[in-house]
Design a protein around this ligand. Structure first.
Ligand code: ZN
Length: 232
């Protein structure tokens, strides 16, 4: 299975013309992979009853494995279906607040952290809308990371349906409160029947994870090359 992931990643890296990851390089970023939602909060739900939270987790875990293979130290905000709220949280509201605060604390407590939040989109009023889009917060060069990840997703996933990066603005708590550069990847639309079917498919999830990893490694390789030049 993971051999297949590696092949897809390498093919992607070659096809997109991005910089190859360099083993042994002092990689500057520690990706904090956030599978959005969890527990009672399933996030967006498709017409067949599939919850976004499980798809987010499946892609996040694949991304973790690929980044590990590429030599990154990673952090996960959650590793299972459960949310990450404190035991003292009782009401749904309290659980949601506690969950988000804990995620923010984990991101902000990670030195050289780079937040990669995985979500699925939904727009039931426009069921034909589809594709993967990257959003970024206002910290450091988050927009630069978003651009390389979006390029990889446009190449591997979107085809002629190219999308552009956009700022997350102030509406998304985790992105707003993160003191680390952060991107939020909306991998696809649960409201598009065909895309929803793909999003549940392991091979497609792997393709998404490989594209995100290719974008991240491209960006950090560029950063490493830049700092090497500056040191000379
Ligand atoms: Zn979501």
């Amino acid at each position: 299975m993971w051999k297949k992931a590696i092949c897809i990643l390498l093919v992607l890296l070659m096809n997109t013309g991005v910089v190859m990851p360099v083993f042994g390089l002092d990689l500057p970023a520690v990706p904090v992979i956030d599978a959005g939602h969890g527990g009672e909060d399933g996030g967006a739900v498709s017409s067949d009853g599939t919850a976004e939270s499980g798809i987010n987790l499946a892609i996040a875990r694949k991304l973790e494995r690929i980044l590990f293979f590429l030599g990154y130290e990673t952090v996960m905000t959650r590793r299972d279906e459960n949310a990450v709220y404190d035991a003292s949280a009782v009401t749904l509201r309290e659980k949601k607040v506690s969950d988000l605060k804990n995620r923010v604390a984990l991101v902000n407590g990670t030195a050289r952290g780079l937040l990669i939040s995985i979500h699925q989109n939904s727009l039931p009023s426009h069921p034909r809308v589809h594709g993967a889009q990257v959003f970024y917060n206002g910290v450091d060069d988050a927009s630069g990371v978003a651009l390389t990840v979006q390029d990889a997703l446009n190449c591997a996933i979107n085809g002629s349906n190219e999308k552009s990066v956009a700022p997350t603005g102030s509406g998304i708590y985790l992105m707003k409160e993160s003191q680390r550069p952060g991107i939020l990847v909306e991998c696809g639309f649960m409201s598009n029947e065909e895309e929803c079917r793909k999003l549940k498919d392991e091979a497609y999830q792997l393709r998404l994870a490989a594209a995100i990893a290719a974008g991240v490694s491209s960006y950090t390789a560029q950063q490493s090359a830049r700092s090497a030049v500056n040191e000379e």
